[in-house]
Design a protein around this ligand. Structure first.
Ligand SMILES: Cc1cc2nc3c(=O)[nH]c(=O)nc-3n(C[C@H](O)[C@H](O)[C@H](O)COP(=O)(O)OP(=O)(O)OC[C@H]3O[C@@H](n4cnc5c(N)ncnc54)[C@H](O)[C@@H]3O)c2cc1C
Length: 378
């Protein structure tokens, strides 16, 4: 892949840099989830108003028809500017692209613009207590009743459900069909009594994700995405976007974290310790490898029109590096890095989930062994 920017790409980058310099979001609040959500919503609205919310989306839905290279530049520049995540990250990176790939014209018209403007927030209702890595084992049941589907079941780990209007829901519509064929994909309205959201507090003290209890929720048939029984294939589109799109964004944030860590090491003199210096060098090598692998993933999308299994490699390398880096931060910053009010304590604790969310490292290794390296399944 040629990483030299063309004249148009340089112009795109400079325009974005200028906008970011004039529209700094300021410092994100800490500790208060409602305040963080409000801050990220404000940030996404301001991106949307200036046409920067999702540059790769079609212009008719508020995007800029950006090329993949311009999208990469977009993420790099956001990282460089230390910009926060937008409020509707799952809508922008997962729901939007899945609706674009599988939605009817009516569904695209109805759902895409409010995703971009953060008017309607989305969550991902895939995992269940007994279906995580083995997603095709979902038990949540959807039964046809006239023009509606009646849905009953339980979801778990549903990030951001407490703020969401819509849920990407995978449910079993045909219990007689084989495991992968009996599933359908729905766009479920969260604002109904039959959907109860119970926050789960995690190791950081935040309740980032939730349990969903669904008791005879109604979903109109027109909210099915893709054909009945095709839910597995539609869900794969969501998962592929999770591993590649999010991976690109996260590698940029990883580099930001490394720069902060180097600044800490310079400030407290530990940079002169050869072991620390070497560990920071290792981190730089890993972040750069990750950046180039993320670009390679983009080039696959350019060639084949969809993310390839490389997305699994990026996600694995990112989670491992983030965990190693936050551990190294404790060595560099010292015991105060473990104090609950220290930002490094948050980074250290939050990183533990990285090797689980969006596909566990073990599952990603299986995918890489089988689909990238072509090794036998057993
Ligand atoms: C921070 C965070 C946010 C999340 N947000 C969401 C969300 O918004 N929506 C959502 O639907 N889900 C979400 N998840 C759930 C996540 O996708 C699942 O946790 C993940 O898929 C693993 O499923 P599980 O927890 O059921 O573990 P299991 O699948 O039960 O796995 C348990 C262990 O067994 C290993 N294992 C399982 N199968 C194999 C195999 N075939 N080979 C080797 N090892 C194996 C796994 O690697 C793991 O170590 C989130 C998780 C986290 C941590």
């Amino acid at each position: 892949m040629d990483l030299t920017f063309s004249k148009d790409e340089v112009e795109f980058r400079d325009e974005l840099r200028e906008w970011l310099a004039e529209n700094s979001p300021g410092e994100e609040p800490r500790g208060d989830e409602d305040a963080i959500f409000a801050f990220r919503t404000g940030w996404q609205r301001s991106l949307y108003d200036s046409g920067w919310a999702a540059v790769h989306w079609p212009q008719e839905y508020g995007g800029r028809d950006a090329t993949l290279m311009e999208s990469a530049i977009f993420f790099e520049e956001m990282g460089r500017a230390g910009a926060p995540l937008p409020a509707n990250v799952l809508g922008l990176l997962l729901a939007g692209p899945t609706i674009m790939a599988w939605g009817t014209p009516e569904q695209k018209d109805r759902y895409l613009t409010p995703i971009l403007s953060a008017e309607e927030i989305w969550c991902q209702g895939f995992s269940e207590p007994e279906a995580g890595s083995d997603l095709a084992a979902v038990k949540t049941r959807a039964v046809r009743d006239g023009d509606d589907w009646v849905v009953t079941g339980q979801k778990v780990w549903t990030s951001g459900a407490q703020f969401s209007k819509w849920c990407m829901l995978v449910a079993r519509t045909d219990p007689e069909a084989s495991k992968h064929k009996g599933l359908s994909y729905f766009l479920m309205d969260m604002e109904q009594e039959a959907v109860q959201v119970r926050p789960l507090v995690q190791i950081t003290g935040e309740a980032e994700f939730n349990e969903l209890f669904i008791e005879e929720a109604r979903i109109p048939h027109e909210n099915m995405l893709g054909e009945e029984g095709n839910g597995w294939i539609v869900a794969l589109t969501t998962l592929m976007n999770e591993r590649s799109g999010l991976g690109f964004f996260l590698q940029v944030r990883l580099r930001q974290l490394l720069d902060k860590l180097v600044a800490e090491a310079v400030a407290n003199g530990s940079i002169d310790d050869p072991v620390i210096g070497q560990s920071l060098g290792d981190m730089l090598e890993r972040t750069e490898t990750l950046r180039l692998t993320a670009y390679r993933g983009l080039s696959t999308i350019t060639k084949y029109g969809q993310p390839g299994p490389e997305g699994s490699l990026t996600k694995w390398l990112w989670s491992e590096t983030n965990q190693m880096m936050t551990q190294l931060a404790v060595d560099i910053v010292g015991p105060q890095a473990l104090h609950k009010d220290n930002p490094w304590a948050y980074e250290l604790l939050r990183a533990r989930g990285n090797s689980i969310e969006g596909g566990t490292t073990e599952i990603l290794k299986n995918i890489i062994a089988e689909r990238v390296m072509g090794l036998p399944r057993k």
